[in-house]
Design a protein around this ligand. Structure first.
Ligand code: PMP
Length: 375
């Protein structure tokens, strides 16, 4: 099977598996236990916290471990909102559901919500952010890069606007980690979240960065009640195998390796076009988009049928999180695509171990499957 669904999840790296195995066997003690075994694990967790803080160019005390990006997004958004009842929240129409639905749940609870539209490439216009900020705005949440079409958002420009207005900015960086620069001070964000399993790390672990500048002024409200872990913000025994695995994954990240992926993606599109599988591109392939992913529509083909027909290549229709719902993608809707085109869309995402031969074979299989579906 040729795996071209790295935006849904990535295979854990060997170094990640080794770190997790070590944590599950030798370093199994509770990091909160004050005996030697616990202290040893505690120091490993803190080493990873330090590594992530350096990677994001922030302080160690600003890093919180969670069960994934979904929880980290919920914690960032609800954590702020709970301390500011009735405050206005601003987000975009192309956010991941863990942001969009969290914001919608706040709206139900009395927080006015603005969901900004995007342009036909899926980009938020910074001037729209400026125009919709209100005196009662308590949070802006805009992702770094989109999980369905790969659009990179102008976070730095948006951050200039939110900074000037003294409104906290949250950025879901899940899809950008390892592909784009993610130093929080450079981006200008106050809150940043990401997930382990999109970066060749374990599932079930994520990170929230929350700037001390922000939390000193107004602490985040915890979601879970219980122990005092994570400076009281996130109760529950730490998932140390996943955290140590995450450390190994972050240690391997290098966004400068992106050009290799860009070349493979170009090859994929060339092979598909050369093979005669007519398609329309729903995402851009220039610098404004993730280097490893592309979203395509094959007119007249039902994507669900195509996926079933395509037995030797793993791709996805829409985002994996929503694949059980029959609703057309809210992201493709937001960029103005017809239902017809949305229904015939698939997402392909290349990974670290994808080879040129994989690309050639995947394109041939996809071309044949498209032809069968069109017949
Ligand atoms: N945000 C984005 C942009 C994502 O792509 C995903 C994963 N599909 C998430 C959040 C949720 O991450 P997790 O699976 O760790 O909860």
């Amino acid at each position: 099977l040729i795996y071209l669904d790295h935006q849904a999840t990535t295979p854990p790296d060997e170094a990640v598996l080794a770190a997790m195995n070590e944590a599950n066997t030798r370093l199994f003690a509770n990091p909160a236990s004050p005996h030697a075994a616990g202290l040893r694990v505690f120091s490993e967790v803190e080493r990873v916290r330090d590594l992530i803080a350096r990677f994001l160019d922030v302080r160690k005390t600003e890093i919180y471990f969670t069960s994934g990006a979904t929880e980290a997004n919920n914690l960032a958004i609800k954590g702020i909102a709970a301390e500011h009842p009735g405050g206005h929240v601003l987000t975009s129409a192309v956010e991941h559901k863990s942001v969009l639905d969290t914001c919608r749940s706040l709206e139900q609870a009395g927080h006015p919500l603005t969901v900004l539209p995007v342009d036909e490439q899926g980009r938020v216009r910074p001037e729209d952010v400026a125009a919709h900020l209100r005196p009662d705005t308590i949070l802006v949440s805009i992702m770094l890069a989109n999980n369905e079409i790969g659009t990179i958002q102008p976070i730095r420009e948006i951050a200039q606007i939110t900074r000037e207005a003294s409104v906290p900015l949250h950025c879901d960086a899940t899809q950008g980690m390892g592909y784009l620069p993610t130093r929080a001070p450079d981006l200008g964000v106050d809150l940043l979240t990401f997930s382990g399993h999109k970066i060749y790390g374990p599932k079930g672990v994520g990170v929230l960065f929350a700037a001390n500048d922000l939390t000193d002024r107004s602490p985040l409200r915890r979601l879970l009640h219980g122990g005092a872990q994570e400076r009281g913000l996130r109760a529950g025994t730490l998932n140390t195998p996943a955290i140590l695995g995450l450390g190994a994954a972050v240690g391997l990240l290098d966004h400068r390796a992106a050009s290799q992926l860009t070349n493979l993606r170009a090859r994929l599109l060339n092979e598909l076009a050369g093979g005669g599988a007519r398609f329309e591109c729903n995402s851009g392939t220039d610098a404004g988009f993730l280097p490893h992913a592309v979203n395509l529509s094959f007119t007249g083909v039902d994507a669900q049928q195509l996926l079933l027909d395509l037995t030797d290549v793993a791709v996805s229709s829409g985002s994996a999180c929503n694949s059980s719902s029959q609703e057309p993608s809210h992201v493709l809707r937001a960029i103005g695509l017809s239902d017809e085109r949305i229904k015939s869309s698939i997402r392909l995402s290349i990974g670290r171990s994808t080879t040129e031969a994989d690309i050639v074979q995947a394109a041939a299989s996809l071309t044949a499957a498209v032809a069968r579906c069109r017949r």
